[in-house]
Structures are given as structure tokens and as C-alpha cells.
Design a protein around this ligand. Structure first.
Ligand code: PGA
Length: 246
């Protein structure tokens, strides 16, 4: 089973979002695979209830706040997202970490909030180019994973390895780079959760995934799926990526 996830970021008009669902043709995608979409939160309710939505497509917000309610202007709680039909949530995406200064500790709070409300967290980790050049890939991704590792035993969770230098740049990690990072993450998960449970935590690769490289990445050891940004905005290329999963 593979997980094919689309992160729309702050893109798409509301009518385009519904049109996307109507045009998304998953007939060439094995039923074994899970299809997730992370649209701008404001569209969640409309997408969740849209007749155009193939029930295989599950939804989630791109971020949440960890409190359930309160005086937190501009924030969205896990409970609210879950109430309007979300089943998953992206947490700690590199743009949250690097543009909005989100810390490992905040990421951990958010993971717990998601789990409290039955949302499956997709926790994103990944090194910057500077960190990669300084040979700090392992150190950085393990630090980010360690911040949430105790919480991962509480329910289903996914990890997305997204090297920051590969996001939106057209530069993709080679299957070998991805495989090494995923192996590092899997080993740490095994130490903490035991081999069997660790195997059940899907580790997705993200960063310039497109139809032309999806097949190679998805057949790489320890890569259990992909998190797609730019190429998830077009229903044809998103479906093509999903169809590349065997
Ligand atoms: P990209 O984005 O596919 O456009 O590189 C991936 C992501 O940020 O999740």
C-alpha cells in the first residue's frame, strides 16, 4: 500500500478546487493506495461534502493549532477540522518551520492535538541545503523525529521526509538520498516503537515529485508514498503520480 498526498499550499480558487475533484480520475490507481489532499482550510467543508469527491480522497488541513478553542485569532483547531470532515493533518511542513518559525516543541503539541481528535498527523521533517552541505542530515531529521516520537505510539501517524532544498525547486532527492534518510528514520522508529509498529508508520518522500520521477521514488526501499506540492494542483498529473504506485 502506498500513500499519495497532495499539498495545495495557498493555491487554487474555490471553484477550481471543486473542479479538481470532478476531474480527478483514479480509475488507473490501485484500490490499495490511499489518496490524501491538503487544500487551503477554508475549502475543507465544501470539498468534504462535494458530490464530486471520490470517496477514496481523504482530506486534511495544512496546519492546526493545539488548543481546542479560545482567543487565538486566525487559528484552526484539530476539533474544528475534524468536525468538517478532515481525517488527516499536515504538521511541521518546512514552510511552517522556516517561513513561520514553528519549533519542534510546537510541532509536538500539534501532533498530540491531532491525535486527541482522531486526525492522523503527517509529520514533516527535512534538512536545509546548508545542513546537507554540513553533513548534518541525520542529526537534523532525527532531532525533528525525536521531538514527536513518544507521541507516535498513541495512534496512527505518518512521516514525510522533505528535504527543504528539494521543495518547489525542481530538484529532487535521488532515490538513494531518499532511501538513506528513510532508513535512518525507520531505524529510529524501530528503536522506539518496535519493528512491527515502526513498519506500519508510512514514510513519504516529498520535494519536486512529478509524474516523471514518481515511479522511481515510489519503488525505492522504505519509501511508502509521496507528498506532492506543485504537481498536485493538476488533477491529471496528480492521478499520474498515484498511478505510478504499484
Ligand atoms: P513540491 O512541494 O512538490 O512543490 O516541491 C512539496 C511540499 O512542499 O510538500
Amino acid at each position: 500500500m502506498a500513500v499519495i498526498a497532495g499539498n495545495w499550499k495557498m493555491h487554487m480558487a474555490s471553484d477550481q478546487a471543486i473542479e479538481f475533484l470532478a476531474e480527478l480520475d483514479l480509475s488507473g490507481v490501485s484500490e490499495r493506495h490511499e489518496i490524501l489532499l491538503f487544500p487551503p482550510e477554508i475549502y475543507l467543508a465544501a470539498l468534504a461534502t462535494s458530490e464530486a469527491r471520490n470517496p477514496r480522497v481523504q482530506l486534511g488541513p495544512q496546519n492546526i493549532y493545539w488548543e481546542d478553542e479560545g482567543a487565538f485569532t486566525g487559528e484552526l483547531s484539530a476539533r474544528m477540522a475534524s468536525e468538517v470532515g478532515a481525517n488527516f493533518v499536515l504538521i511541521g511542513h518546512s514552510e511552517r518551520r522556516h517561513v513561520f518559525g514553528e519549533t519542534d516543541e510546537e510541532v509536538a503539541h500539534k501532533v498530540r492535538a491531532a491525535q486527541r481528535h482522531g486526525l492522523v498527523p503527517v509529520v514533516c521533517v527535512g534538512e536545509t541545503l546548508e545542513e546537507r552541505r554540513a553533513n548534518r542530515v541525520e542529526e537534523v531529521i532525527l532531532r525533528q523525529l525525536n521531538a514527536v516520537i513518544d507521541d507516535l505510539s498513541l495512534g496512527r501517524a505518518l512521516i514525510a521526509y522533505e528535504p527543504v532544498w528539494a521543495i518547489g525547486t525542481g530538484e529532487t532527492a535521488t532515490p538513494k538520498d531518499a532511501s538513506l534518510a528513510h532508513e535512518t528514520l525507520r531505524e529510529r522508529l524501530s528503536q522506539s516503537l518496535g519493528t512491527e509498529r515502526a513498519r506500519s508508520v508510512a514514510i513519504l518522500y516529498g520535494g519536486s515529485v512529478k509524474p516523471s520521477n514518481a515511479g522511481a521514488l515510489l519503488s525505492t526501499a522504505n519509501v511508502d508514498g509521496v507528498l506532492v506540492g506543485g504537481a498536485s494542483l493538476d488533477p491529471r498529473s496528480f492521478a499520474e503520480i498515484a498511478a505510478a504506485a504499484l
